[in-house]
Design a protein around this ligand. Structure first.
Ligand code: 3PG
Length: 212
């Protein structure tokens, strides 16, 4: 799957809702309840970061939840991509981009949403064939103002900003012409996931899903 097609597929996923919840889940027993709450709240696209030993099991469980599209986040290496795909991930998100990772995702037919911040990083991603990128770490890298500046010389690239996004600042990003959706962990905080407070998570998902 060429990077061009990968970006088409990533973009289609990003268009499904204004926000992609970024999930750090340590216990696979929480996966089904969490994904069900998020999908019910109107956020069908979920990013499970490969940052806990349980992450692949979480992806496996969440991939079974009807209406959801589960991807793996923090995909750094070809091996991460391969294990994520085997677990049932339908896309991969990376904080950056390497040729090795791009090649691996092409080979195993896993759409990659790679990260870029600077004009050179964006141009490099474009050279490789990507037009749908993650802008990470969004707030630390200058926020909506930086992203807006990139739209001038590089209007053909669209972004999903993540890193420091909240319900309060998400609208600033979503108003930009080069932003399709935003990603963030605020929807499913650790305490609510650990205690299984699905009502609170579904309510936060609903608020996020209503963002324009
Ligand atoms: C991440 O990979 O951690 C995401 O960018 C989410 O960042 P956040 O926790 O600041 O929302």
């Amino acid at each position: 799957m060429t990077p061009e097609i990968q970006s088409q597929k990533s973009r289609a996923l990003c268009e499904l809702a204004p926000v992609i919840p970024v999930l750090v889940v340590g216990d696979a027993a929480r996966a089904e309840g969490l994904a069900t709450a998020l999908v019910a709240g109107g956020l069908p696209v979920l990013e499970v970061t490969l940052r806990t030993p349980a992450a692949l099991a979480v992806i496996r469980e969440m991939a079974r939840v009807p209406g959801g599209h589960v991807g793996a986040g923090t995909v750094l290496t070809p091996d991460d991509a391969k294990r994520a795909k085997e677990a049932g991930a339908s896309f991969a998100v990376s904080p950056g981009l390497t040729e090795t990772l791009a090649r691996a995702c092409a080979e195993i037919e896993l759409p990659l949403l790679p990260g870029a911040v600077t004009a050179s990083e964006v141009m490099r991603a474009m050279e490789l064939g990507y037009s749908m990128l993650k802008f990470f770490p969004a707030e630390a890298a200058g926020g909506a103002k930086s992203l807006k500046s990139l739209a001038g010389p590089l209007p053909q690239v669209s972004f999903c900003p993540t890193g420091g996004i909240t319900l309060a600042n998400a609208p600033d990003y979503l108003a930009l012409p080069n932003v399709v959706c935003a990603g963030g962990s605020w929807i499913a905080p650790d305490a609510d996931v650990a205690s299984g407070n699905w009502q609170a998570i579904e309510a936060r998902a609903r608020e996020a899903a209503a963002l324009k």
